[in-house]
Design a protein around this ligand. Structure first.
Ligand SMILES: Nc1ncnc2c1ncn2[C@@H]1O[C@H](COP(=O)(O)OP(=O)(O)O)[C@@H](O)[C@H]1O
Ligand SMILES: [Mg+2]
Length: 264
């Protein structure tokens, strides 16, 4: 069950977050927050800075302005030592699932436990089994990643992200490249982790089905800022031309991919 947070206020909060690459501002003052127990979905066109926002929040980048609070602590200028105890409370599913190809499924999931805890091997084995059961892949411990389909690899990566029972999960495009049924499975897992395990979640996606399936609240990034913030109902009924164009996938409208210098 969900633990009461040991902090007050949002699980994640950014104020005026600025991040530039080579003098070009990708994020130019992002104010957002995720409440404990909430699933926040971040949408926006390719190259608008969604992954950059995620990496800024988890301390992978030095910011060019603004602040980040995570689990009640100001981490804007946190040192690597200050980050260590915080990072093990986070689970991250990167866009490219990145399993170690030379390790079995079980070894991949055990890795964070071996690195961050001093649990004995038999305990780790049991926990690996539990995590695999959670994602519907019980009994696949001894398979190698190459023997799995893309959707199964994604679920193993999910099980690994859950290895240390994170309080906050970050998902970067969790359904991209999956067939609709596997995408539905992943959406349901995201919802289950949130509802059953109480995991606060930040989900980045361009997949509106994923957005509708998992979101408690949605923000849309556009031109370096939070352009929309509201519920799925607000999103669906918005008459804002930028929001409508994205949500309905219209090729013509105010949004130009050139302005985002799309890459991802
Ligand atoms: N490490 C980096 N170095 C230089 N430019 C980057 C880097 N990461 C992202 N960018 C640029 O920042 C912009 C936003 O990228 P990204 O956050 O990956 O977008 P999204 O995830 O929304 O598709 C893109 O123009 C991308 O080329
Ligand atoms: Mg991205």
């Amino acid at each position: 069950m969900a633990k009461e947070p040991d902090y007050s206020g949002p699980a994640i909060k950014t104020e005026g977050l600025v991040k530039a690459f080579g003098g070009r501002q990708v994020l130019s003052g992002v104010d957002m927050h995720v409440d404990p127990g909430e699933v926040l979905v971040v949408i926006g066109i390719s190259g608008c800075g969604k992954s950059t926002l995620l990496r800024s929040v988890i301390g992978a980048y030095r910011l060019d302005g603004g602040s980040v609070r995570l689990l009640g602590r100001d981490v804007t200028t946190a040192s690597e030592d200050e980050w260590l105890p915080l990072r093990r409370r986070l689970g991250i599913l990167f866009q490219q699932g990145a399993l170690y190809t030379s390790m079995s499924v079980g070894e991949n999931i055990a890795l964070p436990m071996r690195e961050h805890t001093d649990l004995a091997d038999p305990v780790i084995e049991i926990m690996v089994r539990m995590k695999l059961d959670l994602v519907g892949l019980g009994g696949t411990e001894d398979l190698m990643p190459a023997q799995l389909s893309g959707g199964m690899q994604k679920r193993v990566a999910l099980a690994r992200a859950l290895a240390l029972d994170p309080e906050v999960m970050f998902y970067d495009e969790p359904t991209t490249g999956l067939d609709p049924i596997m995408a539905g499975t992943v959406n349901r897992l995201i919802t289950d982790f949130n509802r059953k395990l109480g995991v606060t979640s930040l989900v980045i996606t361009q997949d509106m089905n994923c957005c509708y399936a998992v979101a408690d609240r949605v923000i849309m990034l556009y031109e370096g800022k939070v352009y929309f913030n509201g519920t799925v109902d607000h999103l669906r009924t918005s008459s804002d031309p930028v929001v409508e164009q994205f949500v309905e996938g219209r090729p013509d409208g105010p949004v130009s991919h050139r302005s985002a210098m799309a890459s991802a």
